[in-house]
Ligand binder design. Structure first.
Ligand code: NDP
Length: 497
């Protein structure tokens, strides 16, 4: 009998579904089918592809309850988290890429300063790569696994998606959606299997878009290097929030609470650590302790019944508990929360830690759970120094009423995104790039580069050989080449030697 994967509902401990456990040997034939299907998809052109994508967008909105239930069942997140950060994102992404793909990938006419190119047409074109392999994590099965397939498809590629084996159901539902929306057979395929299937995929595709941990991301990059396959890597983060003494503390505390606990803290761009200037530290701690203490946690059954959902995978629960224990052992205080919840399902209480410092894992390693460690700092300079004292550089925010100063400080943070009085909303601005510095990644998603990475660049110089253009042929004749060479030497100052 064929092997299967049982998908767990982390909030109840029940079974959310069963999928085939595919093996690495199944990857090559699937990629071959994707390759065979790609030219037909490319031939539809931007308009033809946009029609399919707009139908998919409508399907997603018409079937949002079913999509939300599927996401909630395999992640244990709340309905609201699934609604805003998953459906909201993906539906917008279909519209954005359908509209902007032709613009971002349009042929570009280029002018050159070289006299050799005078009178010649120079064009830069973007051609689809062929087959894009997307490998995704478990925390956002729609946004961070399927989400990357949307621009890859819009660019005219076929896509093979390897979602996390923990959350494969949403990716399969997307296959149903795309089929009903008129996508050709095999243009989008899903590999339901473990990491070995992802590793095999790397050897067969033309680009690997990976989202996941930094450790696995490095393995992916190493393996892809062997076949010179380009990769995009969206990896972990330890995202700092800096609260200055003149900040609107109520707003900053709301943001710290929401963005540390949203999705149960299992978001690469969540608030992972907070630095608060000494004069407002105690007031800030009081506010976040009150707010976090009021959050309702439990099994998500309908929109709004709980604020914080489950921890999606068991190893993450161990990491969260270990970070809290390590902090407490080294002298931190638990202001609220701090424990796993008993009973069915996998939950860790929304937690605020104070008296923390950089000797503690909760301030240096990615916790990826519902924790909010708050550290008192002398001033903005110390906050900046500590914010940059990290192997990661994904997302950051500065909170102050003096937005000009906030911008100056934000500019000095080593991170792909550094906001002022906002933490995460940039992710919804598909016009701007999102990606990590340092160990947080390679390349970006969103913005023009978010689709150009799924295309091969082809440059073309087009010379026209007509009588009227004869003058521009002169560099090809012997005497003229000497003349041109002399002119160039003069231009570049070498004639003086
Ligand atoms: P992992 O790195 O464990 O896994 C990610 C994916 O890679 C899974 O599908 C996994 O398969 C697969 N995989 C495992 N080994 C290999 C391999 N050798 N070659 C190819 N693929 C492989 O990450 P998680 O699923 O635990 O996701 C959580 C992490 O993702 C966090 O660190 C988080 O910060 C990061 N993340 C980053 C984001 C960003 O945009 N920067 C967004 C969201 C999350 P399987 O697990 O099924 O065996």
């Amino acid at each position: 009998m064929a092997e299967t994967i049982e998908v767990e509902n982390p909030a109840t401990g029940g079974i959310a579904g069963t999928v085939p456990k595919m093996g690495p040997e199944e990857v090559a034939p699937i990629v071959a089918r994707a390759r065979a299907a790609q030219p037909g998809w490319e031939a539809l052109g931007y308009e033809g592809r946009a029609k399919v994508m707009r139908r998919a967008q409508k399907w997603m909105l018409d079937n949002s309850d079913r999509v939300i239930e599927t996401i909630v069942s395999e992640t244990g997140k709340t309905h609201n988290d699934a609604q805003t950060a998953e459906i909201g994102y993906a539906a917008a992404a279909f519209g954005f890429w359908a509209k902007n793909a032709p613009k971002f990938l349009a042929d570009e006419r280029v002018r050159s300063a070289s006299p050799f190119l005078a009178g010649k047409k120079i064009v830069l074109r973007y051609r689809p790569l062929g087959v894009v392999g997307v490998i995704g994590p478990w925390n956002y099965p729609l946004t961070n696994s399927f989400g990357d397939c949307i621009p890859a498809l819009a660019a005219g590629n076929s896509v093979v998606l390897k979602p996390s084996h923990v959350t494969p159901l949403t990716s399969l539902l997307m296959a149903e959606m795309l089929e009903e929306s008129g996508l050709g057979k095999d243009v989008y395929q899903v590999l339901t299997g473990l990491g070995g299937v992802g590793a095999e995929l790397i050897d067969h595709v033309d680009f690997v878009m990976f989202t996941g941990s930094t450790a696995t991301g490095k393995k992916v990059a190493e393996q892809a290097a062997r076949t010179l396959t380009p990769v995009g890597l969206e990896l972990g983060g330890k995202d700092p929030m800096i609260v200055l003494r003149d900040a609107d503390l109520e707003k900053a505390a709301n943001a710290a609470t929401y963005y540390s606990m949203q999705n149960g803290g299992q978001t690469c761009i969540s608030v992972e650590r907070v630095y608060v200037e000494e004069p407002v530290h105690d007031e800030f701690v009081k506010l976040v302790t009150e707010k976090v203490g009021k959050l309702r946690q439990g099994v998500p059954t309908k929109p709004g019944n709980v604020d914080v959902g489950a921890v999606t995978v068991a190893p993450q629960q161990e990491i969260i508990a270990a970070h809290v224990a390590d902090a407490v052992e080294k002298g931190a205080k638990v202001a609220v929360g701090g424990r796993r919840r008993d009973g069915a399902g996998r939950f860790f209480e929304p937690t605020v830690l104070t008296g923390v410092d950089h000797s503690m894992k909760c301030m240096t390693d990615e916790t990826f759970g519902p924790t909010l460690p708050v550290m008192k700092v002398r001033d903005a300079e110390q906050a900046l120094e500590l914010a940059n004292d990290s192997e990661y550089g994904l997302q950051a925010s500065v909170w102050t009423r003096d937005t000009a100063r906030g911008e100056q400080i934000a500019k000095r943070i080593d991170a792909g995104v550094a906001n002022v009085n906002e933490h995460q909303v940039n992710y919804l601005a598909l016009e701007i790039p999102m990606g990590g510095w340092k160990s947080s990644g390679l390349g970006t998603r969103h913005g023009p580069d978010g689709i150009r990475k799924y295309a091969r660049k082809q440059a073309s110089v087009i010379a026209r050989f007509g009588p009227r253009r004869a003058i521009f042929m002169f560099p090809y004749s012997g005497w003229a080449a000497k003349l041109t060479g002399g002119a160039l030497r003069l231009l570049h100052g070498r004639g003086k030697r």
